[in-house]
Design a protein around this ligand. Structure first.
Ligand SMILES: [Ca+2]
Length: 498
């Protein structure tokens, strides 16, 4: 469509007025209420396209949509890694996960060794709850942890006043109960500022929808029905938290942030109907729907979980803070990163960041409040992957760098000394379908240099205090496990014979 002069003048004037309004909004709202509460809801494997606000054809998420309607959305938000633990480590530390040697999800020690990664998140690294606690907040973590277990420091030692987790040590909770934990905490601390990491789980395996949610989606195929139902469960429970805030009269003084740790899981085969390859007749409980039902949507973005294409990294980012953050705003252009959360929350809390601490992100508070920001550094990703040739060799990291609209991938192929590259303009080519590296040799060279220079600043080995003593024991995980079992048996035998 070609615009005539008057149409184009109207659009330009409207844009100018909008910009002025935004700036006035940002300026006049700087006198903030006393420290607001912060609740950070981090979904698990929920894709960009999994909410009705983003045009999902079937799934309805009225409560998440309500957050977006009452707050602002940022379409260019990305996490710092396409899987759980490193993505979460980046949120916790405000630094790229490779800086703290978290390269893949935390699992067995062999897996950690293979990828030259730590056995848990470094408790000495500056982290979000510690910063918030020092700023006078009551801090809590409810839900998934996945930043280390089995000999790792307990979650509570990362700056929390209270924790109830799964996939971590210490007091436990469930994917349903975690919302009640949060409401209980909010109620007990309603008269003082609180910070809650609410790390929810429904969209991650195993899928465990309620019958009520399944009944809502009877019209869908069996596969889509289960997934829609798990999203429905999350949305309904988020609604409970929003209602509780209303009832406690805390809505206006609470910043709610909703996002996801990585893009959607890739859908499994029909053989993967039940989690852990269990057969239906052998299922001991209902918590066992498998990867076959992981039909999450990236909203058309390329790839999903474990991919550094946008489908693995770009996820919903919704913020609500009535009176401070404009309602109903959608920002499609400003680049925001998961590593920005710590400096942003710190600014909101009036926290002083520890001396010597350097975040890989920056505070985006003025952007959230309707203004603009100048992005002062490029964004980087390192993804240590395995493939058939390398037999899960963790020594072939793939790098990606984004600066403005440009995103460059630097791959290190198994049999090649010279890395090969892909370049996309992700602002115009949202789905990364056109590799235009050959058209922009100078840009490729400068961005490649940036990526390689950044890589050279990363530590190559995890710090000693982030390694399990068991890691030094000989053998594989299985052999170590058997040896520990044997030791326990002998100990008990000795006790009995005493
Ligand atoms: Ca995840």
């Amino acid at each position: 469509m070609k615009l005539n002069k008057i149409q184009s003048l109207i659009i330009k004037t409207a844009a100018l007025v909008a910009l002025c309004v935004a700036n006035v909004y940002a300026d006049t709202q700087d006198v903030t209420a006393a420290k607001p509460n912060i609740i950070f809801i981090f979904a698990d494997d929920l894709g960009w396209g999994d909410i009705s606000k983003h045009g999902h054809p079937d799934i309805r998420t009225p409560n998440i949509d309500r957050l977006a309607d009452e707050g602002s959305e940022f379409y260019q938000f990305s996490v710092s890694n396409p899987v759980c633990s490193p993505s979460r480590a980046a949120v916790m530390t405000g630094q790229y996960p490779a800086r703290n040697n978290v390269h893949r999800h935390f699992a067995g020690l062999d897996h950690h060794k293979n990828f030259a990664m730590a056995d848990w998140l470094d408790p000495r690294a500056v982290n979000m709850p510690t910063v918030m606690k020092a700023a006078g907040y009551k801090t809590a973590h409810f839900g998934k942890w996945h930043l280390g277990r089995n000999g790792a420091p307990e979650p509570i030692s990362y700056g929390y006043d209270e924790t109830a987790v799964f996939n971590g040590d210490g007091p436990q909770t469930t994917f349903v109960k975690l919302y009640d934990d949060a409401i209980d905490f909010m109620t007990r601390h309603k008269d003082e500022p609180f910070f809650i990491n609410l790390w929810i789980h429904e969209t991650h395996l195993p899928h465990d929808p309620s019958q009520e949610s399944l009944d809502k989606y009877k019209h869908l195929s069996e596969q889509d029905r289960v997934y829609a139902a798990v999203v429905d469960g999350a949305d309904q429970r988020i609604g409970k938290v929003l209602d509780a805030l209303d009832e406690l009269n805390l809505t206006d003084n609470t910043l709610m942030v909703f996002s996801s740790d990585n893009g959607p899981e890739h859908t499994g085969t029909v053989e993967q109907k039940f989690h852990g390859n269990r057969k239906e007749k052998n299922r001991s409980d209902r918590t066992a729907y498998g990867k076959y039902y992981s039909t999450g949507s990236s909203g058309g973005l390329r790839g999903g979980k474990r991919d550094t294409y946008e489908g693995g990294l770009r996820v919903p980012f919704i913020v609500r803070w009535p009176g401070q953050i404009p309602a109903g705003r959608t920002d499609t252009e400003s680049i925001v990163s998961a590593v920005d959360l710590l400096p942003t929350f710190a600014e909101i809390a009036g926290a002083t960041l520890p001396e010597g601490y350097v975040s890989d992100g920056q505070s985006v508070l003025s952007l959230l409040k309707g203004g603009t920001i100048e992005r002062n550094k490029p964004m980087f990703w390192e993804w240590r992957y395995g493939n058939k040739e390398s037999k899960k060799d963790g020594k072939k990291p793939m790098l990606a760098v984004r600066e403005g609209p440009w995103k460059l991938f630097v791959h290190q192929a198994t049999n090649s000394v010279e890395p090969y590259v892909e370049l996309y303009n992700v602002m115009h080519d949202r789905n990364e379908t056109m590799n235009i590296a050959d058209d922009h040799p100078d840009l490729v060279n400068s961005m490649k240099a940036l990526a390689l220079e950044w890589k050279a600043t990363l530590p190559t080995e995890p710090a000693a205090h982030t390694l399990s003593p068991d890691r030094a024991l000989p053998g594989t995980d299985e052999e170590r496990k058997a040896a520990r079992k044997e030791n326990r048996k002998n100990k008990n035998k000795n006790k009995k014979s005493r």
